[in-house]
Design a protein around this ligand. Structure first.
Ligand code: FMN
Length: 245
């Protein structure tokens, strides 16, 4: 163990923030830490939009299914997968970019996730708390219009940042043998391991909610994955120039 691993193991999402401001200089440092993440083929395909305008924040909170902390958190960032400046780079060399490949969608989205997680860890190292906001994709067209996103740019998720005004427990993760396999994919132990893990999650929710939420991990997943998952995403992404081939 070392200080970095200790910090990573203490992660928990924060959804209630103190009003204390995060200075622009601090935010810039976090973004620079994000930029240091590895990036597929050096494409650097992540653009962050810092949203300060309160009206815009309220509208984005609505887009995310009325998640109030999107409007109230001291800072709100939108991480966008961005293949637009690559078009410019090609133009600078008289080349015509071939866009729309699934591979490009994947690498740009991965770049965003790695960038954001660097920002998240850097923020936590400074005592800040955060929660990712995938809910923005509920109304992704409206989010794109509000932020005036051009073709080849899409908002992957948001991130609320601020000093924590709550201290929730860390949420237990799956047992190591479920996520770490040796030499081949062997899931013969997974059923029993997940059953044991379900007990742990049940206990976590009982403690955290004073007994009002009784939920296992597999129960939660089985409720979620029988519903459709934002089916508007494919036509949306295609309309923005992604996932065409
Ligand atoms: C890409 C992504 C999107 C998420 N979207 C939301 C969201 O819209 N609202 C929210 O309250 N939490 C959101 N979360 C937080 C997860 O619910 C949370 O990370 C997960 O339940 C594990 O809890 P923990 O972060 O406290 O360990 C998101 C997390 C990720 C990685």
């Amino acid at each position: 163990m070392n200080a970095v691993i200790e910090l990573l193991k203490q992660h928990r999402s924060i959804r209630k923030f103190r009003p204390d401001a995060i200075e622009q200089e601090t935010l810039n440092t976090l973004i620079e830490a994000g930029q240091c993440a590895a990036t597929s083929s050096f494409i650097q395909a992540c653009t962050v939009i810092q949203v300060d305008n309160p009206t815009l924040r309220t509208e984005l909170a609505e887009c995310a299914g009325n998640q109030a902390y999107v409007a109230s958190a001291p800072r709100f960032l939108v991480f966008c997968a961005d293949m637009r400046r690559h078009q410019l780079a090609c133009e600078m060399h008289g080349a015509e970019m071939q866009s729309g490949y699934t591979e490009q969608f994947l690498t740009a989205s991965l770049d965003c996730a790695l960038f954001a997680q660097n920002v998240a860890v850097a923020a936590e190292s400074m005592g800040l708390g955060l929660v990712y906001i995938g809910g923005l994709r509920n109304q992704i067209e409206r989010v794109s219009d509000l932020l005036q996103l051009p073709e080849l740019v899409y908002p992957v998720f948001g991130l609320c940042l601020g000093f924590p005004d709550q201290d929730p427990e860390t949420k237990p993760r799956l047992p190591l043998n479920v996520v770490l396999k040796q030499d081949r994919y062997d899931d013969t132990q997974d059923h029993d391991a997940i059953k044991a893990y379900d007990e742990q999650v049940l206990e976590y929710y009982r403690t955290r909610t004073g007994g009002t939420k009784e939920m296992t991990w597999s129960g939660q997943i089985s409720e979620m994955l029988v519903k459709e998952a934002r089916p508007h995403m494919l036509p949306y992404l295609q309309s923005r120039g992604f996932l065409k081939q």
